[in-house]
Design a protein around this ligand. Structure first.
Ligand code: SAM
Length: 443
């Protein structure tokens, strides 16, 4: 097919996807607001995001595909983005918090003084962030928040700052020695959680740890940021859509295995107040969760509709006889053997009617028919069937799991195989646009 024809196809996909996204705002009686507005985004507290996520996936996939087709390859290759270092500065220096008190803007000198940073260097950071649509320059050398930077405030309910903190620190740390890790005879074939690229990079800095989890367990401030990052990840991937997409009316009890502080359980309990929900995680996380729920959903506590039960799901069964066990972004933390161990500890706790939902990013092979076979939406031509750049976050995240934990995101078939090894019977896939949930019963 001629490239010219593909340009027309892509333009019409972009047009359609943008209109679909606007329709999602309109269906909720909201307007799309300009980027300049420093305000909470109208859909930040929305939990049912499947249609919007699908529209944005198509829009991003088609837009990047079109730019990459029309620009010379060297242009695209040169687009390596310095955002990571810059976003880290924005978050560590609390720039969005400082500017919140100055809607009219703050001069570079005053911003630098408040952030305790050298003004000339901060100027470099600000001009590049502004060019990337984060913060706005309201007058020459005067900066204010825009909609994107506003989400980086420490008080934002999206917890975006936590996600930036972990991806720009532990995330980057896990990747900066990847080439050396790949070539080192001692690590090139390593598959264990005790020999990951993150541990390799830390060892080079003189920090010797047995697992990446030990890093977070021994540094409570980093664990708190990690917990916040999990909430942000949940929001950014739209994975709370499962609260609406699954037929929960048949369930009286739901156990959230590896719950974190409640990125799923909190919105779930608000939408389904009659269903008893049990959060299971490590003792420290359960303690943090119990504290958070006193503020966020005291009604569930006084109605005895929430339990916080510590577990080590690698070594012991979870609470027994729940109607549904949900594992969100858990299996992707572990290599196959350990993942099966977790599933076996759930299988031991199941009754004959129990269902298990494994919800995470699911890899859709770029070729072949696996996604179609499981009823997962495929992208229109000329995009890659898995939406290409529209789904790049999923693949970037898989690489992140690989470098940090020697784990990965998996295909549906790979998840089915893990289930089989734990005596679980595949039921169906729930396609939620960015994440999917794979449902199992007892075999
Ligand atoms: C990637 S986070 C996912 C959190 C949550 N499910 C979500 O979607 O936001 C993994 C969670 O598993 C917990 N975890 C890791 N190993 C565990 C273990 N052996 N037993 C219990 N929880 C564990 C971590 O503390 C963390 O909260």
């Amino acid at each position: 097919m001629s490239g010219n024809v593909q340009v027309d196809q892509l333009l019409s996909l972009i047009n359609q996807a943008a209109k679909d996204a606007v329709a999602e705002y309109q269906s909720r009686g909201k307007d799309v607001l300009p980027l300049d507005t420093p305000d909470v985004h109208p859909l930040d507290s929305e939990t049912n995001l499947v249609a919007l996520k699908k529209a944005i996936r198509l829009l991003e996939g088609a837009t990047v595909h079109l730019c990459n087709m029309l620009a010379p390859p060297i242009h695209t290759i040169c687009n390596s983005r310095p955002d990571t270092a810059l976003y880290r500065v924005a978050v560590e220096a609390s720039l969005a918090d400082i500017l919140e008190g100055h809607p009219e803007g703050l001069s570079l000198d005053k911003l630098a003084e408040a952030a305790d940073l050298p003004a000339p260097k901060l100027g470099q950071v600000m001009q590049t962030l502004v060019a990337n649509n984060c913060f706005r320059e309201v007058d020459s050398g005067v900066y204010a928040n825009n909609r994107i930077s506003y989400a980086l405030r420490s008080t934002s309910e999206t917890d975006a700052a936590g996600l930036v903190s972990v991806t720009t620190r532990e995330g980057r740390l896990s990747q900066w020695k990847y080439w050396e890790y790949l070539k080192d005879p001692e690590t090139r074939d390593a598959t264990g959680i005790d020999n990951t690229c993150m541990l390799y990079a830390l060892r080079k800095e003189g920090m010797v740890l047995k697992t990446p989890f030990e890093y977070f367990i021994t540094q409570p401030d980093r664990r708190k940021q990690f917990d916040r990052a999990m909430v942000a990840l949940s929001r950014s991937s739209g994975n709370t859509s499962i609260v609406h997409a699954y037929p929960w009316q048949n369930a009286k009890t739901v156990c959230d295995v590896g719950s974190g502080v409640g990125s799923f359980a909190l919105p779930f309990s608000r939408h389904h107040p009659d269903i008893e929900v049990t959060l299971q995680d490590t003792p420290d996380v359960c303690k943090d969760a119990a504290e958070l729920w006193k503020k966020e959903n005291p009604a569930a506590i006084s109605a005895n509709k929430v339990n916080f039960v510590p577990v080590n799901f690698l070594e012991e069964p979870v609470v027994p006889n729940q109607d549904v066990y949900i594992l969100r972004s858990i299996i992707h933390d572990f290599p196959d053997l350990l993942a099966v161990q977790v599933l076996k500890n759930i299988r031991k706790a199941m009754s004959p009617t129990t269902r298990v939902l494994i919800q995470e990013y699911i890899i859709h092979p770029a070729v072949g028919t696996e996604s179609e076979k499981f009823g997962i939406e495929q992208a229109p031509e000329p995009l890659q069937p898995n939406f290409g750049a529209g789904a790049s976050r999923l693949y970037n995240f898989s690489f992140f799991m690989h470098t940090m934990l020697n784990a990965k995101e998996r295909t549906v078939q790979e998840i089915i195989e893990l289930g089989k090894a734990a005596d679980l019977q595949f039921v169906k896939v729930w396609d939620l646009a960015e994440t999917s949930a794979v449902e199992f019963s007892a075999a």
